[in-house]
Design a protein around this ligand. Structure first.
Ligand SMILES: *[C@@H]1O[C@H](CO)[C@@H](O)[C@H](O)[C@H]1NC(C)=O
Ligand SMILES: *[C@@H]1O[C@H](CO)[C@@H](O)[C@H](O)[C@H]1NC(C)=O
Ligand SMILES: *[C@@H]1O[C@H](CO)[C@@H](O)[C@H](O)[C@H]1NC(C)=O
Ligand SMILES: *[C@@H]1O[C@H](CO)[C@@H](O)[C@H](O)[C@H]1NC(C)=O
Ligand SMILES: *[C@@H]1O[C@H](CO)[C@@H](O)[C@H](O)[C@H]1NC(C)=O
Length: 684
């Protein structure tokens, strides 16, 4: 009997947790959609003009023509002749002979939702193709979207055993996926009606890497790994330093909260502390009130079947509490405090008892019970359960649309499992609490061990997933983590992007302090001085900010930024010395775009780039004559309107809002884990 009840509860929990995650996964997308829709509504006229203008030139909509490349499943083993097909889309409308191949890597997500952006001329990578007469490729990473073997495992991932999942994802590694691109590029052909017989491989045509987030890191790694394959690399918001315990994720949120809403900052700290203590002391009264308030009636009913003190019940509570604790931060990395749900959350919590807000926050000024009630009210307000019906209808409509769109038979949840596999095996970056810090915003039970336990409960123990946690060392050793130095690469990071802490512009302990940045784009064929990189921090920016900014003509040309000593607010309690030491320049997103156009103008004419930071013998270069001296100068490439940012040929338009091609997701780990825990526990 006990067992049956337990399973009934688990099943309820499965529903809640998977509903949560399903929604969670779409919450940032949903708010992104809202912002975008607003922007689009304003621009509907303009957008349809773009579409109409594009259609005749295109002849065909690239999104109607998914292409697949067959790649070895195992690039490094001699005895395996299995293959994997990866999907890609090509925007050919802007191509003219001599133009580059622009390889836009999406990273850890299906390219399906991104493909629409291929016909949006304000989208950053489309603008690159347009200015440089390029052929634009949108590439899907192995094991995402439709780029995976269709087997009994991938048709229904929730039915697969741990061993089957491990076997299925065995060749889902960072190195295999990088080699996919090498193989793809070296073998690339494309049939252009207007310009037949173009030699488009990287030895004949310059290839350009464009990537954000994990795909930005991929661009950086491949630039080191296969020098010369890509003639220019944009590594945007690239977390190149892999780290298992990534408590630093929250430091950017802490800083932004301190600047924007101090009372809310103290309240969120207090809430994390209260949750940690309640967990440690197994003190369930207020915890149950919170769960009940946020998740409505389910929890109350569930509890009736249980001894509330039982340890099993605490396991279930943990799923809810993890979810609640994460909710206020769910879309911070894209929208910050005021543009996202965190700002809304703060408003609701701080004004729960007084229209004008509480002095020092509710946890300071109210009883604990009233403070928890305010916290619960705010979580509930931004959580799906306050509008369950609407959100369910929405997600049902979405699912239906998705099923209709889907041409394969792969499980819809492939992307989630796939990223989880990467996180558990090689990537790490567990976004967890560090309770030894007063600024901590996350309850203590969200720790590294609990994340490793979840990995093992999903995939079991194998060569790739172990009790020791993700094996981040090989990639860090091979590519030098945040000490990676590259030529022909522009690095950008958002000032408040939590992922910046793992980038070359990190200010965290152990991050480089001896490197410098430069304002000068090295001339074609020239090297950077040792320790010097072309890199920018985008003022007020977040994850992949220059990609969510339409390319317009608001700020013509690149404006030389002032090196900044005060990137973060002086109210920050953390010491921030690295930025002032290296003086990483700060630019706005439009300037970052323009700088990239200038860099492309400079670098594309090179057929071979010399780069040698350590002063060893440089490769010979067959570089074309230099076309660009510095960022302020412009160069042209085979008659393309490579105006280096002066942008005469771009359509006029307000440079606001977001574009359709969004940065890849970097789904927070413990959010996705809740889904699997639930879904898989029920089956395995
Ligand atoms: C793959 O290799 C196996 C033996 O290892 C062989 O039996 C099979 O025919 C090969 N398949 C292809 C398509 O070459
Ligand atoms: C494709 O590229 C790989 C790796 O560079 C090479 O080994 C292979 O022979 C190429 N295949 C074709 C058909 O050119
Ligand atoms: C924050 O607290 C201060 C007093 O410390 C109060 O004056 C202010 O109104 C509060 N702000 C908000 C947004 O609640
Ligand atoms: C937690 O933060 C403290 C203080 O900043 C730091 O010394 C410690 O290394 C952090 N813990 C972990 C596990 O990194
Ligand atoms: C900076 O320090 C790191 C680690 O000590 C070292 O590997 C790197 O070569 C140094 N870079 C320069 C430019 O001195």
């Amino acid at each position: 009997m006990k067992i049956n009840i337990f399973f009934a509860v688990l099943a309820a929990n499965v529903w809640v947790a998977s509903a949560t995650v399903q929604w969670k996964d779409s919450v940032s997308r949903f708010s992104t959609d809202l912002l975008r829709k607003k922007h689009r509504d304003q621009q509907v006229e303009k957008f349809s003009t773009v579409m109409n203008r594009l259609k005749p030139a295109l002849g065909k909509d690239p999104t109607d023509y998914p292409l697949f490349v067959e790649l070895p499943l195992d690039h490094f083993g001699a005895n395996n002749n299995e293959t994997i097909k990866c999907r890609y889309f090509v925007q050919e409308a802007y191509y003219k002979p001599g133009g580059p191949v622009i390889f836009h890597d999406i990273g850890e997500a299906s390219i399906g939702p991104h493909a629409k952006g291929l016909v949006d001329e304000d989208e950053f990578s489309v603008a690159m193709a347009k200015r440089f007469n390029g052929l634009l490729i949108l590439f899907e990473h192995r094991f995402y979207g439709q780029s995976a073997p269709i087997t009994s495992v991938s048709k229904d991932l929730s039915k697969a055993t741990r061993r089957e999942l491990t076997q299925f994802f065995k060749y889902h590694t960072i190195e295999q996926a990088l080699e996919d691109v090498v193989y793809f590029a070296k073998n690339f052909t494309y049939d252009l009606e207007e310009y037949p017989k173009q030699a488009l491989t990287p030895d004949k045509t310059p290839w350009v890497w464009v990537g954000v987030s994990y795909s930005g890191a991929r661009g950086a790694w491949i630039t080191k790994r296969n020098p010369g394959l890509f003639k220019a690399t944009l590594a945007s918001s690239a977390p190149v330093q892999l780290k298992v315990n990534f408590w630093e994720y929250f430091t950017a949120i802490e800083d932004a909260l301190l600047i924007n809403n101090k009372n809310c900052s103290s309240d969120l700290r207090a809430a994390a502390k209260w949750l940690s203590d309640a967990w440690d002391n197994r003190d369930h009264n207020l915890v149950d009130q919170l769960i009940d308030a946020v998740y409505e009636k389910d929890w109350e009913e569930t509890l009736e079947q249980f001894t509330p003190e039982a340890e099993d019940v605490w396991d279930i509570r943990k799923d809810y509490l993890q979810d609640a604790a994460w909710t206020p931060f769910a879309d911070f990395q894209y929208f910050g405090v005021n543009g996202g749900t965190l700002g809304l959350f703060c408003d609701i919590m701080e004004t729960a008892y007084s229209d004008s807000g509480e002095a020092e926050g509710v946890f300071e000024s109210q009883s604990l019970e009233r403070a928890v009630r305010a916290y619960a009210k705010a979580v509930a307000a931004i959580s799906p359960y306050s509008y369950t019906v609407r959100s369910q209808q929405r997600s049902q409509r979405k699912d239906k649309a998705k099923r209709q769109l889907s041409t394969g038979t792969l499980d819809d949840r492939l992307d989630d499992y796939s990223w989880l596999w990467q996180v558990c095996s090689e990537f790490g970056a567990f976004q967890v609490a560090n309770t030894s810090r007063v600024e901590n915003l996350i309850p203590s039970f969200i720790d590294v061990q609990s994340q490793i336990d979840s990995c093992i409960s999903t995939f079991g123990i194998s060569d790739q997933v172990s009790e020791a946690g993700p094996n981040v060392d090989p990639i860090n050793e091979k590519y030098r983590g945040w000490y990676l130095e590259l030529s022909n690469t522009l690095w950008t990071n958002g000032e408040f992007d939590p992922w910046r802490a793992l980038s070359i512009d990190s200010e965290e302990e152990g991050a480089p302090t001896n490197d410098t940045s430069t304002l000068e784009i090295p001339r074609c064929g020239d090297t950077f001085p040792a320790g010097t990189q072309l890199r920018y921090v985008i003022k007020d920016g977040f994850h992949g900010s220059e990609f969510s900014e339409d390319v317009g003509t608001e700020t013509p040309g690149f404006e030389e930024p002032e090196p900044s000593n005060t990137l973060r607010s002086p109210t920050s309690t953390r010491t921030r010395t690295r930025t002032s030491m290296t003086g990483t320049p700060v630019v706005d997103a439009t300037n970052a775009q323009n700088l990239w156009f200038s860099a492309m103008s400079s670098w594309l004419p090179c057929t071979t780039l010399r780069f040698n930071p350590k002063g060893a013998v440089a490769e010979t270069t067959t570089a074309a004559p230099s076309t660009s001296e510095s960022v302020t100068q412009t160069g042209t490439l085979d008659g393309a309107s490579a105006t280096g940012g002066s942008g005469e040929n771009t359509p006029q338009g307000k440079n606001a809002g977001a574009s359709l091609v969004i940065p890849s997701m970097m789904i927070p780990f413990f959010v996705s884990i809740v889904a699997f825990l639930a879904g898989i526990r029920a089956v395995v």
